[in-house]
Design a protein around this ligand. Structure first.
Ligand code: CTP
Ligand code: MG
Length: 271
């Protein structure tokens, strides 16, 4: 890891994109990790990304997963507002052992919604980045192969790529705005075979995602899905196979599952 403090200007990074002189060279790929959420649905405690999983903060797992991908040479962590220095220290403490990894890690502060946090992360990208992967800190166990597959599909020319899995539950559409916990009239039952549950990292041509964040207005609590914003520009979004272990830690039971996945990995690695 190459640490750089929150005060470092990422724009001042050395320009490594050979593409300025060699148009055939691959564009530099960066990951933006929104990690500024509180984790309300997980219950009281520290911000979700800073809670421990197998003794290590969830955010550290997520940064490692992205930094391990050969495609990724920069990770921008978007931490809880006002906690950038604490996040920087935490990452320096946990990532120093990956000495063979030359991935640069930058920390910036996030905003009130995920949409704001991603926009602030994008603003910290140096000019030479052409491909961006946006990855939830709340998906700490995403396998590196999933990350590589998304990055490869963008590099192969797709403007927006999303890992996704078939839906296992049948899904009902209801009238919005009912009483919480009260009976909800069903308005439709979409055919399950045509539905997919989307995950992260979602990969984009950097210009396309930046344009989406400039043009798509924030409504309500803001967009929870970057690809959805890109769709609204009329740009084609494609899905690639996701992975069960890229699930999002949202509620307490997800922590139990995440701990079990980690324990299984450790047991497998030991043999
Ligand atoms: N996120 C963010 N900035 C926000 C809100 C969310 O960076 N203002 C990030 C979270 O840290 C998380 C990802 O977006 O990595 C997905 O959001 P979610 O799972 O909803 O996490 P939280 O918002 O933290 O959880 P909750 O909605 O239960 O409070
Ligand atoms: Mg949230």
């Amino acid at each position: 890891m190459t640490p750089s403090g929150p005060s470092d200007s990422p724009a001042a990074s050395v320009r490594t994109r050979p593409g300025h002189s060699d148009p055939s060279a691959p564009l530099r790929c960066a990951a933006v990790i929104p990690a500024a959420g509180r984790g309300v649905r997980l219950g009281p405690g520290a911000p979700k990304a800073l809670r421990a999983l197998g003794g290590t903060p969830m955010l550290v797992h997520a940064v490692r997963a992205l930094a391990r991908a050969r495609a990724v040479s920069l990770v921008v962590v978007v931490g809880p507002p006002g906690e950038a220095a604490q996040v920087r220290t935490l990452l320096d403490d946990h990532l120093e052992h990956l000495a063979d990894d030359s991935t640069e890690v930058v920390v910036v502060s996030g905003g009130d919604t995920r949409q704001d946090s991603v926009r602030l992360g994008l603003a910290a990208l140096p000019e030479d980045v052409g491909v961006v992967l946006v990855h939830d800190a709340a998906r700490p166990l995403v396998p590196v192969d999933t990350v590589e597959a998304v990055a490869a599909a963008v590099r192969a020319g797709a403007p927006a790529v999303v890992p996704a899995l078939p839906v296992t539950d049948t899904v009902k559409q209801v009238e919005p705005g009912g009483e919480p916990g009260g009976p909800e009239p069903v308005v439709a039952t979409p055919e399950r075979a045509a539905l997919r549950a989307v995950q992260t990292p979602q990969g984009f041509d950097r210009r396309v995602l930046t344009e989406a964040h400039e043009k798509v207005p924030a409504a309500g609590e803001g967009a929870t899905d970057d690809a959805g914003m890109v769709e609204r520009l009329g740009v084609e979004v494609v899905l690639v196979p996701g992975h069960e272990e890229a699930f999002k830690v949202t509620r307490p039971l997800d922590m139990v599952l995440a701990e079990a996945v980690l324990a299984r990995r450790r047991a497998t690695d030991a043999f």
